[in-house]
Design a protein around this ligand. Structure first.
Ligand code: GLN
Length: 310
């Protein structure tokens, strides 16, 4: 067994012993029903080797991790013009917070909080119908992961819509500032479908290869090197909401979480990894997922702050 494979197995085994796992998101039944003891870990190396442990092949709701893929598509569609409508600073607030929008004139702090992702979705809908935008995102992640079985869970999408009062408030508020331009329900219907993407740790880690490989996935160029670097920078500074500083401190990697309990993290040039444990901490990030990544990074030295030769 390779040293990395052994570490992946070891970390997953250690996670079985951890008592305090946080709490499963309970705002919609499909998430509330997920057993707290699920745990999956997948690591895809730059050379293509894949190491998995636990429930790494079980699909789960990736939720806000989809914001990374939506951002990538929006940058592809409108380039740096996106930054006229979304900021690039950590918010220091909860993922669904509305408070900064008033003083900041409807411009969300970054594309990884809900308000930012709603604007990103609106930008995609500037050129596409909702059905096309949803299809585009699905095709994109399928292609990135090399796996056509990836799907959107319509039950989750419907539940998001039925309970999405805060997201409706955010979208309407930004509409009042002119920063959401399309019809609010069309934008939200699309956003909810993005949140409802269902993927396994293995599929997610494979999909993240373009961020590990300077924009290339499986030999194909997906985005420029510069853009990959910049998306990683945003994931590092904003990928975990008001917990982003702590994630950088403990793990030291670009990462993006979702309330389904998944985290996608990238060690540029080294590995793309995904972890899943549905119990969340107070900021809505996977409690065990962070702990597992922390241990993985400590044992591998993959933090981007690790001194490297050269
Ligand atoms: N569907 C969730 C929402 O819009 C996604 C939030 C998250 O994963 N942090 O509130």
């Amino acid at each position: 067994m390779s040293p990395i494979a052994a570490i992946v197995t070891e970390v997953a085994e250690e996670m079985r012993e951890v008592g305090s796992r946080g709490a499963v998101a309970d705002y919609i039944p499909p998430l509330a029903q997920v057993p707290l003891d699920k745990f999956g870990l997948a690591v895809v190396m730059a050379d293509g080797a894949v190491h998995v442990a636990g429930d790494a092949d079980e699909p789960f709701s990736i939720q806000s991790i989809s914001k990374v893929f939506a951002l990538t598509l929006a940058l592809g569609a409108v380039g740096d013009q996106l930054w006229e409508r979304v900021g690039r600073e950590p918010s220091g607030s909860a993922f669904n917070s509305i408070v900064q929008l008033e003083t900041e004139h409807g411009i969300p702090r970054n594309p990884f909080i809900n308000a930012g992702a709603i604007v990103v979705t609106d930008v995609l809908l500037g050129r596409l119908e909702p059905r096309e935008a949803i299809g585009q995102l699905l095709r994109f992640v399928r292609e990135l992961a090399g796996d056509d079985t990836i799907a959107i869970d319509e039950v989750v999408a419907a539940a998001e819509s039925a309970t999405g009062f805060r997201n409706r408030a955010l979208a309407n508020y930004m509409r009042a500032f002119g920063n959401v331009r399309g019809e609010v329900e069309r934008v939200l219907g699309t956003y909810f479908h993005f949140c409802a993407l269902t993927m396994s740790c293995r599929q997610l880690a494979l999909a993240g290869r373009y961020l590990m490989n300077g924009g290339r996935s499986d030999g194909h160029r997906v985005i420029s090197e510069k853009r990959a670097r910049r998306i990683n920078a945003l994931m590092m500074s904003c990928g975990h909401y008001d917990n982003s500083g702590d994630f950088a401190y403990r793990i030291g990697l670009p990462g993006k979480s979702g309330v389904g309990g998944g985290i996608l993290a990238v060690a540029p040039g080294i590995a793309s990894m995904a972890v899943w444990s549905p119990g969340l901490n107070e900021s809505g990030n996977s409690q065990l997922g962070q702990m597992a990544l922390e241990r993985l990074v400590q044992r591998t030295g993959w933090s981007v702050f690790e001194p490297r030769a050269g």
